[in-house]
Design a protein around this ligand. Structure first.
Ligand SMILES: Cc1cc2nc3c(=O)[nH]c(=O)nc-3n(C[C@H](O)[C@H](O)[C@H](O)COP(=O)(O)OP(=O)(O)OC[C@H]3O[C@@H](n4cnc5c(N)ncnc54)[C@H](O)[C@@H]3O)c2cc1C
Length: 534
């Protein structure tokens, strides 16, 4: 089923208005373009009515003015690598990929000011010449753009040390649904700047009051996890407001295009580490994984990634030189201090306490390091291309649990797949407690589709109640997890999120169906038979 919602205005009038706003060469409404933009890297499909290419704030404003006047929804889009269906929508897709300049680099303050359409890889190439980098590094680092990373509060391989995108955003410029421009940074709520802001955007004071009125419930909704991409960061906002400061940029990070469109970002950058050391460890016993990780974490790794044994068996063990007996792989990296000494200490400890499938491999030079990363990086591309009708669909792919419970959690995930007559890819950022889980199913087969529904229900219940985790550590809520969002934070706190949305976008024009929707997770899965899951 291909979802297509039409607004009150007819397609021809919408196209003419957009063409007047940004020029006919920047508007596409043809079938092929609408199809192309009907998908992102999730299994969801929603066909837009038009795509508008923008390369300035004036363009964005002009497209938003049209959408507001004609009551047509608008979805900001960067590279469209969203794994949760957040970069597609039923109205106008605002393609920001041409809006990608680096505006200013301030080496003293370690800040870089950029337009949101810049590729992370392009930004990091520019920064590398200056000895710096933007720290969050998703697996999609060659593809994704800053606007999308902010939209999803992305993180990745090194979030165990460097955190999420939110931790590296100093300020944003935002255009709200009604066309108001907001300079989003930390604003003391007892000062003139706040008074001026709420004079222009009344919704902001409403949001502050909502958070204050529900402070207790927000505090009680805390889950013992290190990160999440599950809606607005109400806990962070509330804690900062306790000290009289509204961290406005933080409100928009992770909002998945539902609160406003980012038109500029000021990002904090960090120096490229002088040295890195990478360790590859294969464990013969899965039960050693938890204790080994427990031994390594206090030594301050900059990355610690795991792949479970069943998943290693989905790869070509021989080609990738994975030991036949390995039941888990651990990839560890250190980038601070005397990295060689730290690595040797870890190897001694692990080798003397756990049964390694073969001697630990340690690499200090970049070429050898990228070889050690090869197995970890191969998992996703390999499992999604596995032949057969059953594919590694992403509908439960991003859980996060307290990190000391990850081995128990992986055991649960393996068993969950087996009980639903399938196998699964299990890998991820174990140092954070963030696992990627991709069971193989064929949703066009009614029996499998039933299994998927039952697995999803059991999964949500276990992640939320038994493990006190959350369904997304980094990929976002999007369309796939919107129905689960109330269960993550509880009805009262979810109500606060909804009222924040209403305060800034009362007509629901910004990315409808994303974050807030009661639709089942599969409601927009379209054209399944022809899709390769990402
Ligand atoms: C192979 C692969 C590996 C991945 N690995 C990781 C990983 O390790 N960690 C991780 O966190 N994610 C990962 N992802 C998911 C995805 O790449 C990230 O979420 C990424 O940050 C999205 O960037 P994008 O440029 O594609 O944004 P898009 O998908 O285009 O957009 C993402 C969200 O941001 C919003 N948005 C985009 N631009 C703006 C704007 N200007 N204003 C307001 N809202 C905007 C969109 O509306 C949408 O809600 C992976 C994806 C793939 C395909």
């Amino acid at each position: 089923m291909r979802v297509r919602m039409s607004g009150p205005v007819d397609d021809a009038s919408l196209r003419r208005s957009l063409e007047t706003a940004v020029g006919p060469e920047n508007v596409r409404t043809d079938e092929a373009s609408r199809r192309t933009y009907s998908t992102d890297a999730s299994p969801c499909t929603v066909e837009p009515r038009a795509v508008a290419f923008v390369d300035s704030v004036a363009d964005i404003r002009a497209v938003m003015d049209v959408c507001r006047a004609l009551e047509v929804p608008i979805t900001a889009r960067a590279s469209g690598t969203s794994l949760s269906g957040a970069a597609i929508g039923p109205g106008v897709i605002l393609d920001t990929t041409r809006f990608h300049r680096i505006l200013e680099f301030d080496p003293e303050r370690r800040l870089v000011r950029v337009e949101p359409g810049i590729l992370l890889a392009e930004l990091n190439a520019y920064l590398a010449d200056r000895g710096m980098r933007f720290a969050p590094d998703p697996g999609s680092q060659d593809l994704c753009r800053i606007g999308g990373m902010i939209g999803h509060n992305a993180s990745g391989y090194r979030s165990v040390k460097y955190g999420q995108t939110r931790d590296h955003v100093a300020a944003l410029k935002i255009l709200l649904a009604d066309g108001t421009a907001v300079d989003a940074h930390d604003v003391p709520v007892d000062g003139a700047e706040w008074r001026e802001m709420v004079g222009r955007v009344g919704g902001l004071e409403h949001i502050r009051k909502e958070i204050a009125d529900h402070r207790e419930a927000i505090g009680a909704s805390r889950r013992p996890i290190r990160k999440h991409s599950c809606g607005f960061d109400l806990l962070g906002l509330a804690e900062s407001l306790d000290h009289g400061v509204f961290p406005l940029a933080s409100l928009f990070v992770g909002s998945e295009g539902t609160l406003g469109v980012t038109t500029e970002a000021t990002l904090r950058v960090v120096p490229i580490p002088a040295h890195r050391v990478t360790l590859l460890l294969y464990l013969d016993r899965f039960e050693d994984l938890g204790p080994a990780v427990g031994d390594i974490l206090p030594r301050g790794p900059s990355a610690i990634e795991a792949v479970d044994g069943d998943t290693l068996s989905l790869l070509d063990r021989e080609a990738l030189d994975v030991p036949r007996t390995a039941k888990a792989m651990l990839l560890v990296e250190f980038d601070e201090g005397d990295v060689e000494e730290i690595a040797n200490g870890v190897v001694d400890r692990v080798a003397s306490h756990y049964r390694l499938s073969r001697a630990a491999e340690v690499a200090s030079d970049p070429a050898r390091q990228s070889l050690l990363w090869r197995v970890r990086r191969s998992v996703f591309p390999t499992i999604i291309q596995r032949p057969g009708a059953r594919k590694a669909w992403g509908f439960v792919e991003d859980p996060i649990v307290p990190r000391d419970r990850v081995p128990e959690f992986i055991g649960f995930l393996v068993d969950l797949a087996r009980r639903h007559d399938t196998v699964a890819g299990i890998y991820g950022h174990i140092g954070d407690g963030n696992t990627h889980y991709r069971p193989f199913f064929d949703p066009t087969n009614p029996d499998d589709f039933e299994r998927m529904q039952s697995l999803r229900e059991e999964f949500d219940q276990a992640v939320l109640d038994r493990f006190r985790g959350a369904p997304s550590g980094e990929h976002g809520i999007g369309r796939i997890r919107a129905e689960t969002l109330p269960r993550v934070w509880g009805n009262e706190v979810y109500g606060v999120m909804r009222r924040i949305k209403d305060a800034l976008d009362p007509r629901g024009l910004l990315n409808p169906g994303v974050l807030f929707s009661a639709d089942p997770w599969w409601a927009t899965w379209g054209g399944l038979e022809s899709r390769i899951p990402m």
